[in-house]
Design a protein around this ligand. Sequence first.
Ligand code: GAL
Length: 661
Amino acid sequence: MAKKLYHGAAYYPELWNEKVIEEDILLMKEAGINVARMGEFAWHTMEQEEGNIDIRFFVDIVHKLHENGIETVMCTPTPTPPIWFTHNHPERMYVSQNHTVMGHGSRQHACTNHPYFRKKANEITEHIAKAVGSLPGVIGWQIDNEFKCHVSECMCEQCRTLWHQWLEERYETIEQLNEAWGTKIWSQYYYSFDQVPQPGPAPFLHNSSLSTMYRQFSMEKIAEFSDSQAEIIRQYSDAPITHNSNVPFSVDNERLFENLDFASFDTYASQENKASYLMNCDLWRNFKKGRDFWIMETSTSHAASLESYASPHANGYLRAEAIASYALGGEAFCYWLWRQQRAGCEQPHGSVISAWGKPTVGFQSVLDVEEMRKKVEPFMVATKPQQADIAITYSDQAKAFFQTEPHQQMDFRSLVTNFYNHFVSLGVHRDLIPEKESLQDYKLLFTPFLPYISDEYRKRAVDFVKSGGTWIVGPLSGGRTKEHTIHTNAALGELEEIAGIEALYTYPMDGTGSVGHAFGEKAPLVLWSTVFEYDEQTAVGTIAGGNSDGKAFITESKVGKGKIVHIGSLPVEEDGDSLLMKLIDHYATEAGVSVRTDVTNGTIVAPRIDDEGKQSWVIVNMDGEGGSVTIPEKAMDRLTEEMISAGRLEIGPYEYRIISF
Ligand code: GAL
């Protein structure tokens, strides 16, 4: 449980003079900012001359903030190595997939695997940790900034050497690699590890195994970098460490957070895309289960850079976002950024204060958030998010498989977000859980868009089923091996035998006129699909028309005390959404899912419980249209302490209510 709720902003004191800094601190107090995050791009300020490190400026700022009741999250500045590091050193730079070598400027321009980068990064981090690690006011650390948000896998010479070592550790002999990747194809066959290329420029596509393994290698290396930085900080500071990540970056978040203390993410989802915002909350809560997450960056009104801008949030939306995140397990809600930048490439970005020190268009919303924060803090610290009955697996390994094999330009993130949104629309509470997370106390497990289902995952899911759980696999899950190849024993590997089903064909259903019938609904089927033999015992969704008329696309098999359900194809369009929602509703009802409400679309209910297991609901209208929900029994309004009788409760536009049962 959180001990307090933070309301913060990204702060760049290195860009301003003393007078402005003083003004900033006064204004922060006025706006209710109680934590500032700083330092992530300030390597130059800290080490103006190579080898001459001086952190005093930041030590002073930490003190000043602390004296004014503002705490600090200190960052390591490694996304922006200064000119002395980069100039005349192309070998230290990031090399893109088409072999373009980055020059100085922007950020993430260096290769994070280069030994000299690691050396200098370790040095600067050690100096910062020593200088500020035990200062009062330093309550947390952020390593680097959004790893791999602009770049993905580096193709430099250093990475090439490390790649070969990584392959040797993974495959031991080159013959095993050749076998696993099927390298006789197109005469790719290798005689030694150092012959294996990086997936750089090529006339056509690379071998799937080569591409996916390179992504895994890169995700592993960036996590190792994060691990090593965290280890240095821990020598000098007890404050917990995080990294500000997100779903689209080329990292494996589950692996990344393994050795960090708390999870945090940045979000610039527009109001229309609130599903993505909510999904992040439901996911990040589970990267460090039991520990609250942070929203490390979000915009007060609009994101923007020199080349584009988003629409500002409607008045009222920011507060809805903030209360939703606190209720879903957030300990902090922080803005990017405090004071609008007067230079650089992000001048037009929304902020709390303008470059000339006046409130921005988002300022009033920040005050509204603060007013709400103060009201709800006692409740939030006395309760914690309730575990859902339904778990949905989220995997960045799957994301890597989709990057290599997007089928038809399919984007993993949108596939998952759309699927996730059905649960929100149905008012069913849900946990997005990383692959290795325990399945304890869930009733229903969904595994959508996971091309490779590991033996370990499958075993845990099957155990879950045997002891009474329902496991819903697909769409697009299970058809690839660990090495990103096709199974040769059955289309879905071991799973078919376990479920007692037979997959006949896999092929794209787009444009075939195939229509899926299930749960009293019908909808067009598309995407890369798995078609099952029709069997009265198992078929719950059948196909009409197209190439597989009369076959099944959804099967249900009893295994032990539970069930395995396979969804072989994706029903689309409005009818497809209805079909999927019927499916979710059907299995949720059957499994006795009780953490759900009948809240109207656009409004959410975040359930929380106290130490005694007493339940409360935080109800938030997020679409500005207002909504309602049935209160099943007499309850108490936590903020007014008035009793509410059972029945329909109306919620106004962007309004929030907290009710306890
Ligand atoms: C984030 C980044 C910030 C800032 C922000 C603008 O991705 O971490 O430094 O660039 O975007 O929206």
